[in-house]
Ligand binder design. Sequence first.
Ligand code: PBG
Length: 315
Amino acid sequence: MTRLRRLRRSDRLRALVRETRLDLDDFILPLFVGPTTQPNADLPALGRHSVEDLVSEAEEVSRLGVRAVLLFGIPEEKDAEGSGAWDEDGVVQCALRELREAAPGLVLMTDVCLCEYTSHGHCGVLEGDEVDNDATVERLARTAVSHVEAGADAVCPSDMMDGRIRAVRAALDESGFEETPIVSYAAKYASAFYGPFRDAAESAPAFGDRRGYQMDPANVREALRECELDVREGADVLIVKPALPNLDVIRAVRERFDLPAGAYNVSGEYAMLKAASARGWLDERQAALESLTAVVRAGADLVVSYWTKELATWL
Ligand code: PBG
């Protein structure tokens, strides 16, 4: 008789036949930098760091074994254009210059988007009530170049404008950064799971929503078209976001494309488990490890996760 339980009888046996393993090398820790430090008691990984503080946090996580961080900036002042995004003395640019010195081994990635920098909270410049695609793309390209000039190892456009990968690639190449990879959030859905992030980054749209540029969660073929375009435009990595509600999309991207494929386990996914474990309903560590294993099993080669620092001690 076939008895599958034979290989489940001990930790050692289970480990021998385990198909999916989490490796800290594949994880990216998001970090928020702003004018002042503002800890977040309930959701610690969504706390905000001053530049000085960020440097010590980066040194600490780097010592723990974290390999890569993804920076988000919250500027002192926002304006209609989001000009803080490409300011060479902007919060992310200053942070990058400091981190480059303090944590030379850490892979420094940056989110490239305008929503944290615009007074209206949309991911680009407005034309009436709509985000103007091409005017936004030009500003995103400028932002990406300013990040690389300040020391970023990779840029991650997350705005979902059409044609932005081509524009970012061209701008980087013209500035002599042919070697800098673009990690594209190729399939980014208009998701309710970004809520805690928007509180942390103060980037909730002041009117309307993001459904005019982010994807409809009902679509998977469209996600593959987004990926196809980004590949043609020069993306080096494709990211699906959020992760858990879209495991089928991660799988489809992994099967269709040979580029590295990643997933962003977003703030709402983190907050759900934090809230449930604070109530004693779930064991956070077990639930987080199970979730992240599912994301990797679905096909993600790299994962952005708010648990990356904990993972360094859990694994
Ligand atoms: C946009 C951006 C967002 C997230 C990452 N980049 C927010 C949004 O699109 O509203 C969300 C990440 C998360 O929820 O953890 N720059």
